[in-house]
Design a protein around this ligand. Structure first.
Ligand SMILES: Cc1cc2nc3c(=O)[nH]c(=O)nc-3n(C[C@H](O)[C@H](O)[C@H](O)COP(=O)(O)O)c2cc1C
Length: 203
């Protein structure tokens, strides 16, 4: 069965981002997808130090750190689709998400062997901000850029949400996010969108 990996980079226990990623995954499950949610909360991920040991040793994962990132390589490589969500920090992804991304330096070696490795995988993005227009779209684009570095096919949304699902927590509370019906609905639609594309692409 095709599998969709959801990643939430929020460090908070009552997180709107995680909630929206879950909504997307629930929708994907209704479409017959297997799903898995990974939270970066409490997961220690060291920053990439650009030592390039992974590249010199032709590895598909980090060659120097054993940390919270270690088990995520296989989970990531084996998934058929992705729903990544980040809270908006300073109008972009938070540092937890950035650290997660940077640790994929070794993907260069995966693509050297097979540049099409990610072509039939599909990624969608969502972001939750405290302000109504606080940088959700920039954050989503940053997630899309990560997908682009791999060759992952990006799931766009069309009208009215265009590039992904945007949540508004009106100052940063979980309760307020629950009242953002528009954003929650977009998350559901994103899950459906990714699942439909995965179905087509994974045959
Ligand atoms: C360091 C920091 C920077 C933030 N920057 C922004 C911002 O640029 N735009 C915005 O709309 N909200 C910003 N916020 C608010 C969070 O995006 C908001 O509280 C969001 O709901 C957090 O999502 P979560 O509940 O999933 O953790 C910031 C919060 C923090 C802690």
């Amino acid at each position: 069965m095709a599998r969709i990996l959801g990643v939430s980079s929020s460090p908070r226990k009552k997180s709107g981002t995680e909630y929206m990623v879950k909504l997307a995954l629930e929708e994907a499950e209704k479409m017959g997808m297997d799903t898995e949610l990974v939270s970066l909360r409490n997961r220690k991920i060291n920053p990439c130090i650009h030592c390039d040991k992974c590249i010199r040793e032709n590895m598909d994962r980090c060659a120097i750190w054993e940390d919270g990132m270690t088990p995520l390589y296989d989970v990531f490589y084996q998934a058929d689709g992705y729903v990544f969500g980040s809270p908006v920090y300073e109008m972009g992804v938070n540092s937890q998400m950035a650290a997660f991304y940077d640790r994929f330096r070794a993907v260069w070696m995966v693509l050297q062997k097979d540049y099409k490795f990610f072509y039939n995988k599909v990624g969608g993005a969502l972001a939750v901000g405290g302000a109504r227009s606080g940088g959700q779209e920039f954050t989503i684009l940053r997630i899309h850029n990560f997908y682009s570095t791999m060759g992952i096919t990006i799931a766009t949304m069309g009208a009215p949400q265009y590039n992904g699902a945007t949540g508004w927590s009106n100052g940063g509370t979980f309760e307020a996010l629950l009242e953002d019906e528009t954003g929650l609905n977009q998350a559901r639609m994103l899950g459906e969108r990714v699942a439909l594309a995965v179905k087509k692409m994974s045959g």
